[in-house]
Design a protein around this ligand. Structure first.
Ligand code: ASP
Ligand code: MG
Length: 415
């Protein structure tokens, strides 16, 4: 007997028929004798609709009320699934974030979980009752409902798994796992049977939207093996019972067959800002990036050159396209302190990244990429690397070509 957390995303609970299908997935596990906690998202499209209503009611709305509204989507699904489970003869009840409670900080709209009281849940699980938990929500110290940011029910699920010491956290979604790249761009993309936490963290941060980034951080921290699989499988098929297709996100030691490159991720809608001829002295970068951080602008790639005579240098960084105008305004306003002579800004860019823990021990991975891209005539604007990742900035028009080229040059294509 194991204790499992099962999480179902919006498309998996999009209508009542699908919710009944989810109930069958849950029943399969309880029939096998497992203790089960289920975390649910809002029905597909619901959260967007709720957000639109808050905006229509008041353009600059109070985030505490925004949370009160958008947390309601998950409440509906939790109740409906509990009902569907009861109809299947499974003992089940719904739990809202505040009833557990899942405690959060006061950052409404993108709160962080600060603690979970597991007492009630564990008691219910031990009594053989399925706990159907509304994802995405918790309660802030001010006693108000808080939500965890878009995609936050993944984080709810992993946090619950850690809190109740679950053996497994299964994330059911509309795809059957994590792929070497987006199959809509490269049909030859393969499903990965295992991905290391660190790789998944990079892939999630870089645009593979299967999991919320925070959920991967949390899984890595608490070593929660997380299995991504599809909810659209017929729950009781023998092959599903035996070995459901999916991707296990786990410790790298558990991955026997390691590849140098695991996947290619990409993010469109990037913008580049270049500041020319800055004074090369301590404190300038600090001034620039503090000013941007204060206004909540998420800076990503940062490239600074070594100045020729220790006098002036150039600095390039990227921000999401949607933040470009705001970033330029902040920089222009502080031009004196930041000391740059000119500013160039450009949108319409993409960041393509090559990810793999195997890179740590292999030379020449970057050279292979640069050569392949050069052969396709793709110009690289900026490059950044980490131990397990190489990111390049290119014009958006070449995104698909670059992704496919890199996917094949590292032999990630389906055999
Ligand atoms: N319903 C929320 C959203 O759409 C949370 C989630 O589904 O994970 O972002
Ligand atoms: Mg999601």
């Amino acid at each position: 007997m194991a204790r499992i957390v099962m999480k179902f995303g919006g498309t998996s609970v999009a209508d009542i028929k699908l919710i009944r299908n989810v109930a069958r997935h849950v029943k399969r596990e309880t029939d096998a004798g497992h203790e089960v906690a289920v975390v649910v998202s809002a029905m597909a499209g619901t959260t967007n609709q709720l957000i639109a209503w808050t905006q229509e009611s008041a353009p600059l709305n109070d985030l505490r009320e925004y949370d009160a509204v958008i947390a309601s989507g998950e409440q509906v699904t939790a109740g409906l699934l509990a009902l569907a489970l009861q109809a299947e003869g499974v003992n089940a009840r719904s739990w809202m974030g505040w009833q557990i409670p899942i405690m959060t900080d006061d950052a409404h709209g993108s709160a962080r979980i600060t603690g979970i009281d597991n007492t009630g849940l564990i008691k219910a699980l031990k009594q053989g009752q399925v706990a159907v938990i509304a994802g995405f929500q918790g309660i802030a110290s001010s006693n108000r409902i808080a939500t965890l940011g878009r995609g936050g029910s993944d984080t709810s699920a992993v946090a619950i798994a850690a809190a109740v010491k679950a053996n497994r956290c299964d994330i059911y979604t509309d795809v059957d796992g994590v792929y070497t790249t987006d199959p809509r761009i490269e049909p030859k993309a393969r499903r990965l049977s295992k991905v290391a936490f660190e790789e998944m963290l990079e892939m999630a941060s870089l645009g593979a939207k299967v999991l919320q980034v925070r959920s991967v951080e949390l899984a890595m921290m608490h070593k929660i093996s997380t299995f991504v699989r599809s909810s659209f499988d017929t729950p009781e098929l023998p092959e599903i019972l035996k070995n459901a297709p999916g991707t296990l996100i786990c410790n790298e030691e558990e991955i026997v067959e390691q590849h140098i490159v695991t996947g290619i991720a990409f993010a469109k809608d990037e913008a580049q800002v270049s500041l020319r001829r800055l004074v090369d002295k301590p404190g300038i970068s600090a001034a620039i990036f503090s000013a941007l951080a204060e206004e909540n602008i998420n800076v990503d790639m940062i490239v600074q050159n070594v100045s020729e005579h220790g006098a002036k240098t150039d600095l390039t960084f990227t921000v999401p396209s949607s933040d470009l105008n705001k970033a330029v305004k902040i920089l222009e306003r502080n031009r004196e302190d930041m000391t740059f002579e000119s500013l160039q800004a450009e949108g319409g860019l993409s960041k393509v990244s090559i990810i793999g823990i195997g890179m740590r021990n292999h030379a020449g991975v970057a050279a292979v990429a640069f050569k392949a891209l050069a052969e396709k005539g793709i110009n690289i604007r900026a490059i950044t690397t980490s131990e397990i990742k190489i990111s390049i900035l290119i014009d958006s028009a070449y995104t698909e070509l670059a992704v496919r080229t890199l996917h094949s040059v590292y032999f990630l294509d389906k055999i």
